[in-house]
Design a protein around this ligand. Structure first.
Ligand code: MF3
Ligand code: CO
Length: 285
């Protein structure tokens, strides 16, 4: 069997080719994987996602101010719900594929998708990821930060710091007319150098008109180029970095909570980015 070449970029019949069309088609004709043309956002759409990102950042700033030992993850959920709705927006996680709360709160060995709970109390030394996603006027944004509750161990502090560096290094590696594979390659290199591992079962994603769009953004080295990065693409980078093994499992009790196999800590940072002619620009800063 011959492999079929993927022709993702198709220009409507009779429409004149733009400079961008010509450039992407030349990659496609050489056999590179390119995005579907519909993944390229218009300037208006990018502005909409940026406005959504402003609310999303406001939520995270509020959580940063308020988070403290003794509060429950349900208290964080309430802060997120109230702030978001007061700003005319909707928390994207709420009822998303049955997710019951407005935000994901993932403590220590929880990798991601932790469900806020009034019986889950933050304690001194915990590290927690708060993952906030917002819909404003139909536009989605998505970002997460780590918070250290009081003072923690040097190892956990290093994990939080290195994970933040992984996000920055991955974003720096993403160049216009480079490839998605460049991102995970750079991230894995930095994680490994620091003695950590990269979660493989969850990835970043296109975002903007829906919560999760194409493409998938792997955070590890797939040894493949992956999709061409074209100005106008909007996607997240959200590396999950583990202190021990990269392997994870889903808690069967709730069907959501992702936990490290060895129950060692995990950290994650996330931003939504738009690719420009000069590189990535953050829409959730
Ligand atoms: N915010 C997560 C992400 O970064 C997705 C969470 S889905 C939810 O893609 F349903 F758990 F909220
Ligand atoms: Co995301």
């Amino acid at each position: 069997m011959f492999k079929k070449r993927k022709h993702n970029w198709s220009v409507p019949h009779g429409q004149e080719l733009t400079e961008l069309d010509k450039k992407v088609l030349s990659f496609q004709n050489k056999g590179f994987l390119v995005p579907r043309r519909e993944l390229i956002k218009t300037p208006e759409q990018i502005e909409g996602i940026r406005r959504s990102g402003v609310v999303n950042t406001g939520v995270l700033d509020l959580v940063e101010q308020e988070i403290h030992a003794g509060m429950s993850t349900a208290d964080i959920d309430k802060l997120v719900y109230d702030y978001t709705t007061q700003h005319g927006a909707i928390p994207a996680p709420l009822n998303y594929e049955g997710f019951p709360k407005s935000v994901c709160t993932s403590i220590n060995e929880v990798v991601c998708h932790g469900i806020p709970n009034e019986n889950e109390i933050l304690r001194e030394g915990d590290i927690i990821n708060v993952d906030v996603s917002t819909i404003l006027d139909g536009y989605y944004s998505d970002a997460s930060r780590m918070f250290i509750i009081g003072k923690t161990t040097p190892e956990k502090e290093k994990l939080v710091r290195v994970t933040k560096e992984c996000l920055a290094i991955g974003a720096e590696a993403a160049k216009p007319y480079g490839f998605i594979g460049d991102i995970g390659k750079a991230i894995e290199k930095h994680a490994k150098r620091n003695g950590f591992s990269v979660v493989r079962d969850l990835c970043g994603h296109g975002v903007g008109l829906e919560f999760h769009e194409e493409p998938e953004v792997n955070h590890y080295n797939t040894h493949e180029k992956g999709m061409l990065l074209v100005p106008g693409m909007v996607f997240t980078i959200e590396p999950m970095i583990n202190m021990g093994t990269w392997q994870v499992f889903i808690d069967e009790a709730d069907g959501w909570t992702v936990v490290t196999e060895d129950e060692l800590p995990s950290a994650q940072w996330e931003h939504t980015f738009v690719m420009t002619e000069h590189g990535l620009e953050v829409l959730t800063a």
